[in-house]
Design a protein around this ligand. Structure first.
Ligand code: HEC
Length: 145
């Protein structure tokens, strides 16, 4: 077997030996969020991560309805054939109801882990933001604007 093959096998063996991700139902430990910048959070949510595109209701022409921004919606596209678990609806996310600071930070920095400690279904992207970007998005999502 080639050196690369042996290395690969060693890597797989190592991955297999590691315990499964400690997602579980235990809520994450309390954190102190850095102060969030609402405007930078809005920029990320609306210009970069595009939260608004999935989480908002649309009219018949496909335009986002102002009063339904971040209020939840049906999913705007069908699942690809390879997807096992595709969400059936996009929930309201304005306010981040039910998410403590620690849960909200975990959601945005550790690959979109939901309230119950398990990853949210696609097409919710797997976000791995910096702590500061996450704090900004959290500040925006919780703001009245
Ligand atoms: C491509 C579409 C898409 C984008 C973009 C998206 N989401 Fe989601 N989001 C979803 C879907 C679908 C779900 C539901 C997942 C499930 O049912 O497991 C979801 C779930 C959530 C939830 C869980 C709500 C709950 O009740 O637990 C939160 C919070 C959330 N999204 C926040 C965000 C934020 C913040 C952004 C932007 C930084 C974002 N989402 C971008 C599709 C998207």
């Amino acid at each position: 077997m080639s050196v690369a093959g042996v290395l690969l096998m060693a890597l797989f063996a190592r991955a297999a030996a590691q315990s499964p991700p400690a997602a579980a139902a235990t809520p994450p430990r309390a954190v102190v969020l850095p102060p969030g910048n609402v405007e930078h959070g809005r920029y990320i949510a609306e210009r970069v991560a595009m939260c608004v595109e999935c989480h908002s209701g649309r009219d018949r022409e496909g335009n986002i309805i102002d009063a339904e921004r971040y209020q939840g919606a049906s999913i705007p596209f069908i699942p690809p054939a390879w997807s096992q678990a595709w969400a059936t609806r996009v929930p309201r996310n304005k306010g981040l109801a039910g998410y403590t600071d620690a849960m909200a930070l975990r959601l945005l920095t550790e690959g979109s882990i939901g309230r119950d400690g398990t990853p949210l279904k696609p097409p919710m992207p797997r976000f791995r933001m910096t702590t500061q970007d996450a704090a900004d998005v959290i500040a925006f999502m919780r703001s009245g604007s």
